[in-house]
Design a protein around this ligand. Sequence first.
Ligand code: NAP
Length: 284
Amino acid sequence: MITSKTQLVGLFGHPVSHSQSPMMQNAAFSETGLGYAYAAFDVEPDNLEDAVAGIRALGLKGINVTIPHKVAIMPMLDEIDPLAKRIGAVNTVVIEDGRLIGYNTDGMGYVRSLVEETGIELEQQIVTMVGAGGAARAVAFTLAEKGVKEIRIINRSLERATLLAESLKSIVSTRIVEQGEGKEAIADASLLINTTSIGMLPNVNEMPVPKEWLHDQLTVSDLIYNPLETRLLAEAKAIGARVHSGVGMFVNQGALAFELWTGKKAPTEAMRQIVLSQLTKTAE
Ligand code: NAP
C-alpha cells in the first residue's frame, strides 16, 4: 500500500510502457515489505535535464535509466562509479546525501546470473562475443574485470568492434574477429555470447551465427530474454552445449539496483518468478 511514508524509485526511459521493471521491482518491494514503490516515467530526451532536477526536488530514492538516456544522463550526475565510467553508460542512480551517483548493474547482473546458473569458472573462459553495442560493453568490461582469459569480438560494424577492443585491451587479451574468421573464433572458445538483438521477437528464426559453428564444448549465452529460448539456445541445446538465457541478467541487474537503493538483499527468486510468469503469459 502506498502511504505518505512510501519511498519512491522509478525508471526514466522513452518509451517505457513495455518495461517489465515496474512489475518486477514492485513485487520485490511487496515481498520484503520495505515501504518502497517503483513507477515508470516516460521522459522525452529534451526533458531529461528537468527530470533529473526532479529527482532531487521530489526526493526520489533512486532511478533506473534505460534507452535512450543511459549515456546522456552521465554529465548530469554528481559522481559515477568506476565500472559505469569504463562501460560508458549508467543504468542505475542512487541518491546519497543529496548527491546523484551513477552505477551500471547490467554487467554485474549478467555475470552473477551466468556464474549462478552455469557454474562456469570465469578465469578459464575464452569468450567469443557477437555484438559491440551498449549491452556488449557492460558484459565485456565486467567479464574482463573478473579475469576471463580472452575476449574475441564479432560485429557487423568493424568500427564499433574496434572501439570496444581498444578500450578493453589494457585489462584483457582482446581480438577483433574479421569477416570470414567467425567459425575459427568459436571453434576453440569456451563461452559464446550473443549481445545483439538477432533472434529477438518477432524475428525468432534468426541466428547471430550459423548453427554449424556451434559445438558441444561451448557454454552458449544469449542476452535476449524474449523469447526465453532463442533459436541460438535451442540449436546449442540440441547438440549438447550448455545454455544460458538473458532472463537471469534482467533479474539480476534489477536485484543489484534494489540492493543499491535499499541496502537490503533482493528477493531474487520472487523477482525471477514474476518475470517468467509474465513472459510465459505474453508468449501464449
Ligand atoms: P545496441 O547498443 O543497439 O547494440 C546492438 C548490437 O547488435 C550492435 O552490435 C549491432 O551491430 C548488433 N546488431 C543489431 N542488429 C543487427 C543485425 N541485423 N545484424 C548484425 N548485427 C546487428 O543494443 P543493446 O542495448 O546493446 O542491446 C542488444 C541486445 O541485448 C538486445 O536484444 C537487448 O534486448 C539485449 N539486452 C538484454 C538485457 C538483459 O537484461 N537481458 C539488457 C540489455 C540488453 P552494429 O554495431 O553493427 O550496429
